[in-house]
Ligand binder design. Structure first.
Ligand code: SAM
Length: 472
């Protein structure tokens, strides 16, 4: 069984269900003529970890059921769930695992021993944090190492390192967790420079917990909080901690009573004020959470996005909710609507550093240079967005980055170089947002905000939003 670190230092053991005892299915890897149950899942986990760490490939794409990595798609649903649990854990606690493995290695692994490193990390995540017998995790890692010419000669080392890790975890894990904030240097440096050491520490501590699941409801949050076993947040979002099972099986899914949307993500679409009867463009719309909010608020919405696949998801989501919008596949930089809109929302593509609780791969797949590149793209998209709204019309710019280069700094610089004028948010204007308003009248949330008593229940995605008007 996995160790149970102190609640103050890390999350509880993650249960992924008992491993299968026998393996008789095609995807279980044939090793020396025998099927080895669970080996294909561990191999896929190590392969995907290589893609994330060595090639900076986002985990969501790799684990997409339709377009994901072939080694992942070859697994059944249960093993896919196991692989995701291993990877999310291995990434969330990457530096703790690095520290505990390093203690057992006489000298650091050479930089080119990446295959070996990924096998060790996949096994360590299981041993330290998942509800999987240590012996299974160790045996599968050793079998895996033996089966790969790059790691064959290290199978003894894999065995020795992982067995001592399993024996020492109860005593060593709490100190190892306390010794790191889990973040790569570029990320913790930027957080400290932006928020100061204390708040940066709180944000990084929040990243050690999987986010609760938030639901935006069409109506009657109190009723849905009761049905879903959650609470109603001051913003009107229904929050469910420890959701068991798939959201598609929950009451209200089939009839389109709600959609999954982080409480922070639900704020930008509410910053326009009354939109009933207005023509509003959601300019980076897919998968459509904010489009749905705008339609329900009474707007006639045009949902624009460049991605065909993501727009298909938007269409499906709106369909389930019984809502309709004009859907346009276009690159915003080239989009030419027939008429100007009354208001536009630009929820721009960004570094997603505000979503690390859900996407612990982000700090490992993004770099400071990516943040700069994305900030530049957002500035160009925003310049374009302003031209699509009628004079006097509102523009809301938002993204899920924690970095001021994509938020506060971009907004300030933009106001100096455009025909848009600032339209600051005021206290008391929108229910539930006052705690997140800055002195400049912009909105800023972080995973360290919204303290609801326990880390598992608290927090918000990191979001920035600003409101402007096109000059008359
Ligand atoms: C942060 S996501 C939007 C999330 C969405 N607003 C919601 O609430 O569900 C950013 C979106 O921008 C789209 N995008 C990126 N570049 C674009 C461009 N040049 N033109 C239009 N859409 C673009 C991406 O395909 C992606 O769907």
């Amino acid at each position: 069984m996995g160790a149970q670190p102190d609640r103050a230092q890390g999350p509880m053991v993650v249960s992924v269900g008992a491993p299968r005892r026998t393996g008789s299915r095609d995807q279980d890897h044939r090793d020396g003529g025998e099927f080895v149950a669970g080996l294909a899942a561990r191999k896929a986990a190590a392969r995907l970890l290589a893609a994330v760490i060595d090639a900076r490939t986002p985990l969501d794409g790799l684990t997409d059921h339709e377009n994901g990595h072939p080694q992942y798609k070859a697994l059944d649903l249960r093993d896919r769930g196991l692989v995701r649990a291993i990877l999310v854990t291995a990434l969330r606690f990457r530096m703790t695992i690095v520290g505990l493995l390093a203690r057992r290695l006489e000298k650091p692994l050479p930089p080119n021993a990446t295959a070996l490193s990924h096998i060790l990390h996949v096994a360590a995540a299981q041993i330290l944090f998942l509800d999987i017998p240590d012996s299974a995790a160790v045996d599968l890692a050793v079998t895996h190492a033996k089966s790969d010419p790059r790691t064959q000669r290290f199978s003894g080392l894999v065995n020795g390192v992982l067995r001592t890790l399993a024996r020492a975890k109860e005593t060593e894990l709490p100190a190892a967790l306390a010794a790191t904030d889990e973040a790569p240097e570029w990320f913790s440096d930027r957080l400290k420079a932006t928020y100061g050491a204390d708040k940066a520490k709180q944000i990084l501590a929040a990243h050690r917990y999987e986010a609760p699941v938030d639901f935006s409801v069409r109506a009657d949050p109190a009723l849905w909080a009761e049905k879903l076993g959650g609470i109603v947040l001051p913003t009107g979002t229904v929050r469910v901690e420890n959701l068991a099972g798939a959201v598609t099986d929950l009451p209200g899914f089939a009839e389109g009573a709600w959609w999954v949307q982080d409480a922070a993500a639900s704020l930008p679409a509410r910053l326009f004020g009354d939109v009933s009867g207005l023509r509003v463009a959601d300019l980076c719309a897919a998968p459509g959470g904010k489009t749905a909010q705008l339609i329900l608020a009474g707007a006639r919405v045009t949902a624009v996005d460049t991605s065909k696949n993501r727009l298909a998801r938007l269409a499906q989501n709106l369909d389930r909710l019984g809502l309709s919008a004009e859907i346009v596949q276009a690159d915003l930089l080239k989009y030419e609507p027939a008429e100007l809109f009354d208001a536009v929302l630009l929820d721009a593509p960004c570094s997603s550093t505000g979503t690390v609780r859900r996407h612990p791969d982000v700090p490992w797949t993004k770099t400071a240079a990516d943040v700069e590149k994305l900030a530049d793209l957002q500035r160009r998209l925003l310049t374009r967005a302003v031209t699509l709204v009628r004079p006097g019309g509102r523009i809301v710019f938002s993204n899920c980055s924690l970095d001021p280069l994509e938020g506060e700094d971009l907004h300030r610089a933009f106001l100096n170089e455009t025909t848009a004028v600032d339209d600051p948010l005021r206290q008391g204007e929108v229910a539930g947002i006052d705690p997140f308003l800055t002195a400049q009248g912009t909105l800023r949330t972080t995973p360290a905000d919204l303290d609801l008593g326990t880390p598992e229940r608290s927090g918000l995605d990191g979001f920035f939003a600003a409101r402007m008007r096109r000059a008359l």
